[in-house]
Ligand binder design. Sequence first.
Ligand SMILES: O=C(O)C(=O)Cc1ccccc1
Length: 301
Amino acid sequence: MLRIAYFGPQGTFTEQAARALAPGEDLTPYETVRLALQAVRDGAADAACVPIENSVEGVVPATLDGLSDGDPLVATAETILPIHFSVLKRPGDGGIRTVASHPHALAQVREWLEANLPDATPVASSSTAAAAVGVVEGDFDAAVSAPVAIEHYPLEELATGVADVRDAQTRFLMVRRPGELPAPTGADRTSIVAAAVNRTGTLSDLLVELAGRGINLTRIDARPTRNNFGEYRFFIDFEGHVAEPRIIDAMTALRRRSHLRFLGSYPRADEVAATIEDGAGNQDFLDAQAWVDAVLKGEGA
Ligand SMILES: O=C(O)C(=O)Cc1ccccc1
């Protein structure tokens, strides 16, 4: 049985994602994303499930920083969950003066809180389930939690189906120590982080390598390197798998132009097939390489 670390405690959205990605495996909660990733680096876990980005609030900074620092880890799978919340309180208790949750959750229910609990002060907690634990222990009066949290904690629902933005989604990754890559499926995503010297056109130079090969981006985010003010790392997701000739060609170009870290090639949860531009398919790259090989052997021109 695989040992899967996840961003807990029990009852987080990430636990739901881990159950979807690794059904029947041995799941262990860790209080922070950093600790879940560390468990994999230390060998205490075979893989970790962590949130990476939300359709409303954007990236989860702890995950980006945790993947770009420290020993390399690579994503082998992703899943996307619909996100709406339950607001939980202690049974029978009256006034709600504080309402706690993960910052991503609070940001997604701001309007609901203003309309329904205008006198409650929002308080950030490490996760949605940590907020529920805090309510049980009397630290806060209410928690904005994943709907499954009610199954783990002796609380009652003040409201369910809470969300300012309908159809919000969060994407989660399963990451491991580098090893065998998942096989290409034709509907894959590759994640990289690139750091390049700060000069005119650096980012555009990287993007041109992808655009010029007809490779479609699915996300780009910048995070500070944290060492030198004004220096950034670029987290780039694009369609395709590093085992494909067209992606190999792009990766070697990116590697020449930046300090590159590979964060994984894995099947897309939405199964959307990669966009292939005319003349930029894998066979086109193979044919071009075969032509160069023939030229080198004096067999063609
Ligand atoms: O705190 C959780 O439950 C998480 O898994 C992180 C999170 C927070 C808000 C929306 C989606 C995921």
